[in-house]
Design a protein around this ligand. Sequence first.
Ligand code: ADP
Ligand code: MG
Length: 701
Amino acid sequence: MAQDVLQTPIDYLKGVGPNRATLLRSELGIQTFQDLIHLFPNRYIDRTQFYKINALQRNNAEVQIVGQITEIKEVGQKRGKRLVATFRDETGKIDLVWFRGQKWIRERLKLHIDYVVFGKINFFNGVFNIAHPDMELKTDFDKSLSTAIQPIYPSTEKLYNRGVSNRAVCKLMEHLFLHVGNAFTESLSEELIEENAIISKKDALLNIHFPKSQKLLARAQFRLKFEELFFIQLQLVYKNLIHKSKIKGFPFEKVGSYFNDFYQHHLPFNLTEAQKRVVKEIRTDMGSNAQMNRLLQGDVGSGKTIVAFLSMLIAIDNEFQATLMAPTEILATQHYNGLKPLCDAVGISILLLTGSSKIAARKEIHAGLEDGTLHILVGTHAVLEDKVQFKNLGLAIIDEQHRFGVAQRSKLWHKNTSPPHVLVMTATPIPRTLAMSVYGDLDISVIDELPPGRKPIKTVHRFDSNRLKVFRFLRDEIAKGRQIYIVYPLIKESQKLDFKDLMDGYESIAREFPVPDYQISIVHGQMKAADKEFEMQRFIKGETQIMVATTVIEVGVNVPNASVMVIESAERFGLSQLHQLRGRVGRGAEQSYCILMTSHKLGNDSKTRMETMVRSSDGFEIAEVDLKLRGPGDIMGTQQSGVLRLKIANIVQDKTLLSLARSWAKKILKEDPKLSLPKHLPINTTYIQMGKYKNIWNYIS
Ligand code: ADP
Ligand code: MG
């Protein structure tokens, strides 16, 4: 029943004619009564506060004044024509100004009668004025349903220009509530409502639009935010459960001799507690019947590689093959070089496949994969080629996941009869809140501890004008036997310019650090793979002291003797990228440094980024700041995720609520996976509705 009323087209609401209906549809996507109810205010204004005109300040604040119009006149010519009303209270006067809709407004304004006027205060030609104020007769104001706390609704310029002011929207909301009255059905279970002291649906909707008090407003917001997050989490957790029950994986039942031999005799260091915990999580996952789909997050240098290797050993112990994919050739090669000795120690085979692998090598790889004698294949995207067929692929590990798309991941799935277990490793710390809402259907492991003995990297911010001092410092470090990275930005849109910057930079560095005392490597995206590799190798072997590069080196490169990272035009990098780059140093025993070079002119966001880098080395903290600066929409991979188009909750500000919502979603589905218990009926009904409508708020009432 209730649903029926709420599905009424907006045209039928009192106060909405065909014109307004069209506007509401096109500007705000409001089709039905229900849509209008879910147009939540952006903010609220305390309308118990009235200003006296002589107390106004030149601060552009929104103010509310009671007074009377004493005069109305048209001033200016043609395009500058405007309607100006003189508005007085007992302390002074201001102008009310309309640039549009003058005739309509003029006909309606009444002289010498009390109005409540609301709007943003401007100062022009020595007089305060409010342009296009919200106005209401004082008598109406006093008896209106709207209360002391005035909602401000999302709007558009077009709406405003066509007379659909905030006031007008408030009025529509009033008509709507008078009309639909009690049509809201509860969507949460009693248990949820009681245990979280949540107010009813009806009260929440009423108070979000007509708050009776700050306290009730807060409770209304709590409920509606919770509800929004809860149903999203319910969906994600449910998907995860379905995945676990439907998609069978290969159960890796045993931890066998390869793993044990390696673990007991060949581990190059003691694992950190975090590494141990994560290995256990992965082991448990792969040991179960369900296919593993796990995201492994760990800051740069936290030691994800060894975890990957141990996981692969478990696969091999169970007579499966494993593959490790990396986004760049350099990184894949480095993984291969790092893992090869470990494999040799326990006697398993490993090969490298990249775009530049020779035909003979490929043949060997293909044959080994197909007859099962090749245990581990490390590689780039080349691994995904159709020609690459495994005898028995059991585990696929993807390093630096954000560079691989979903489509590529699914290609991996088809490399075997059942999908292999998948472990996705990322060094871009995704704030947990965000990970929960975006990757809620993946399981997440976190290595939140760095191996012991690391010295924190000293990070400083220097302006270009200090360059000579910085060079002096670099010479001192080189004299101590250290190596240095100097990184230039590379942004797709302006590759040519960036390339020029890089080359100019290279030349000036070559001048400052002349041969034969200094040797410089240079690596950038336009070089052939073989040349890149050659230059990298010179640096890795210590034949060159300086590596000038674009962000090619961002990912993964491991040169423990490199202890200084200079980032040029650091203001052009995002926080997570800066953090990644910094992670290239601090891998050896020596004190490491990161120097952020910028110009003097910095915007606020750039300043915050530099300050954050200097202050913090915690990837998760940095990611949180990044999230605040950029909003979730800009964080990799989240654009496509409708999950983040939230109407009332805010991923950044409502973290605690998100966790609460998630834990309830888990709890409820654990108890009642099909939501079939009578007590979960309201939730189930809502959940089903939610499947029908894409927008989650379309069902909730
Ligand atoms: P990332 O998580 O960035 O991929 P790596 O796996 O490359 O990190 O590890 C960074 C460095 O730390 C490597 O040189 C690795 O050998 C070393 N390492 C990893 N785990 C430990 C540990 N538990 N104790 C000491 N060194 C470790
Ligand atoms: Mg790594």
